[in-house]
Design a protein around this ligand. Structure first.
Ligand SMILES: NC(=O)c1ccc[n+]([C@@H]2O[C@H](COP(=O)([O-])OP(=O)(O)OC[C@H]3O[C@@H](n4cnc5c(N)ncnc54)[C@H](O)[C@@H]3O)[C@@H](O)[C@H]2O)c1
Length: 247
């Protein structure tokens, strides 16, 4: 489905980004993995290559615009194209709003939202010139339902949806698609750091489907949005949340 396509995936060293990078490679893409966890990112790329996939790891902080632009340039120089950008890197530290510092607010917006300014700036002129491209932004179902101790996170994820819709309108005439995914509660390796057993019970009560979702569930939606199967969509948010929020 992605044969001969070049895809950039941010936050690819673990969780949803790792699953997306692996799935894209399985479907034929040359994948550029961007993550600031250099060791894990390289390990994921090496494991993709060991399974005959095509992957290269780049130790990049997504808040560093010039570094992200350098990876995009490298992809274009080596392969002549970037077909897909998945903006997945994100953080979700908890804090009550009354305890939150301005620095915490700014940091989460830099990582979760401003990073997309950098990466989309880096690929959009190329995609517009080629009249082809798929941009997939990862937001969160929490934008629709709100979340305690995550006001900075939810605000940043709302920004992702606004950015997606506006760029879909701007880039549509150039045949560049911009969509987003709002994952629900996804069982990742890092989840136990933030989520209690009680939280998990609430997730399952809120979901229509009574199984925990994993990173692959989100990666499959990203694959759909990265291929011609989604050519009729732009500016949309796919809710991958097991039927939690419906709209
Ligand atoms: N897990 C969930 O339940 C869930 C739900 C809704 C939305 N999301 C969103 O999905 C995305 C991925 O979440 P996840 O649960 O897989 O996260 P994760 O913590 O498992 O992985 C995130 C990856 O991003 C990387 N990263 C973080 N900050 C970075 C930076 N500044 N520069 C480069 N790399 C950076 C980390 O090293 C890590 O490899 C995030 O945007 C998150 O907000 C997750």
């Amino acid at each position: 489905m992605l044969h001969d396509r070049v895809a950039l995936v941010t936050g690819a060293a673990t969780g949803i980004g790792e699953a997306t990078a692996r799935l894209f490679a399985e479907h034929g893409a040359q994948v550029f993995l961007l993550d600031f966890d250099a060791a894990r990112n390289e390990a994921v790329a090496a494991s993709i290559r060991a399974q005959s996939g095509r992957a290269e790891a780049f130790a990049v902080d997504v808040t560093d615009g010039p570094a992200v632009a350098a990876v995009a340039r490298a992809a274009i120089e080596r392969h002549g194209r970037i077909d897909v950008l998945v903006n997945n890197a994100g953080i979700y530290p908890r804090s009550l709003f009354v305890d939150m510092t301005e620095a915490q607010w700014d940091h989460i917006h830099n990582v979760n939202l401003k990073s997309m300014f950098h990466s989309i700036k880096a690929v959009a002129p190329h995609m517009i010139e080629r009249r082809s491209g798929k941009i997939v932004n990862i937001s969160s179902v929490t934008f629709h339902v709100g979340a305690v101790k995550l006001s900075h996170y939810v605000a940043s994820k709302g920004g992702v949806i606004g950015l997606t819709r506006s760029l879909a309108r701007e880039f549509g005439e150039h045949n560049v698609h911009v969509n987003c995914i709002t994952p629900g509660a996804i069982k990742t390796e890092s989840e136990p750091r933030f989520v209690s057993d009680d939280d998990v019970r609430v997730f399952l009560e809120s979901q229509s489907l009574k199984r925990r979702l994993g990173p692959l569930d989100v990666a499959r939606a990203a694959l759909f949005l990265a291929t011609e199967w989604s050519d009729g969509l732009t500016g949309q948010c796919l809710n991958v949340d097991a039927g939690w929020y419906m709209h």
